[in-house]
Write a protein that binds this ligand. Sequence first.
Ligand SMILES: Cc1cc2nc3c(=O)[nH]c(=O)nc-3n(C[C@H](O)[C@H](O)[C@H](O)COP(=O)(O)OP(=O)(O)OC[C@H]3O[C@@H](n4cnc5c(N)ncnc54)[C@H](O)[C@@H]3O)c2cc1C
Length: 401
Amino acid sequence: VTADLVVVGAGVVGLTAALAWARRHPDTRIAVLEKERAAGAHASGRNSGVLHAGFYYSADSLKARFSRDGCAAWKAWCAARDLPVNACGKLVVARSEADLPALDDLLDRGARNGVEVHEVDEAEARAIDPRARTVERALWSPATASIDPEAIMARLAEEARDARIDLRLDTPFLGATREPFGWRVHTGAGDLEAGFVLNAAGLHADRVAQAMGFGASYRILPFKGLYLVGDVPEDWLRVHVYPVPDLAVPFLGVHFTVKVDGRVTIGPTALPALGREQYSGLHGFAPLEAASIALRQAGMAVRDARFRRLAVREAPKVLKGALARRATPLVHDLDPARFRTWGRPGIRAQLLDTRTDALVMDFVLERDEASLHVLNAVSPAFTCALPFAEHLADRIDTTNR
Ligand SMILES: Cc1cc2nc3c(=O)[nH]c(=O)nc-3n(C[C@H](O)[C@H](O)[C@H](O)COP(=O)(O)OP(=O)(O)OC[C@H]3O[C@@H](n4cnc5c(N)ncnc54)[C@H](O)[C@@H]3O)c2cc1C
């Protein structure tokens, strides 16, 4: 075979998994196929850059365990490489009394997940950040932090090359045929023989899986995240300020993020997008794909009240004013005129279970003896990536080939 392990996708999931495997088996040949000219061109380089502490997710989920461990692991990883971390912490605030039961659920989840969270009253919240506004109480997470995702992706690509991983940029996966040795992988630059294939193709993970006979019950629905970047003085906000989320949908609500360099953003939206890579205007817009996504979204809007609520809530946020207004209840003295510049948007690869028309909340893996498919690497997969990579490496098997 040309490579013992072929990874599809040089996002954070693909690269960390390839590196974890290389560390365990320094003598195996690993190739990573990436259709773009650089690693991290999609979600891994276009996200909020928040290391989540792990209190949002139910205790039995992979996300809960991997965010708690991943948050700590990335801090150590960045420190060892002199990459910046802003260990600012996060307040989850209540906009009204109606938010309090869900806030208490989060405090409970934090305790159950082994994550440090504190209940603070209004005065304590103000002492943590004078700009934060809450009703009665808030959740304080000291472990939540910010990192620089683009710097991390560049460093991962460098370390992959140092580990003699064959990082093939500009090389799209086109399909694969099962062979006795594993898979014959067809790429835009010819075929290669793979003992084992790891599918970490993010927004296209369902297509790669389906081309290999997996993921039949799933479909990726793209959700666009838009940000507004603040023109505010340094220290305008010290900590991340998030609303209490609707725990029935896999998004955290429009919030304030303090970036690694202290800049402040409002966002991201969770707008149904009309293309998997349709970041702005008509770029990335494919009429057939858009029609198929729109049909599916319309079907969901008819059948699923939660999706309908989400669509109604998200649609007006394409307007700057409406997006900034969403964030108004979270802080004191927000001047929307200071948040007028769009930041770099990202698109979430949210998995839909076509049997139930439900958005899938946790990571989903499918596998056979020669391939493993990561079907739902949704947020916070960046935070989760280091321990998740070990979990994936436990399930890769290149023996007997
Ligand atoms: C707006 C937004 C905000 C977010 N905020 C956070 C956050 O604050 N904290 C957090 O932890 N997570 C966050 N996330 C989630 C996190 O960014 C993603 O879960 C994570 O980056 C997914 O990584 P990935 O490697 O699976 O996907 P990707 O980064 O999308 O990588 C997949 C790669 O596969 C390549 N590929 C696809 N198809 C093919 C093919 N056929 N051939 C070759 N290559 C292919 C793509 O080009 C891409 O580079 C956010 C995501 C978004 C969109």
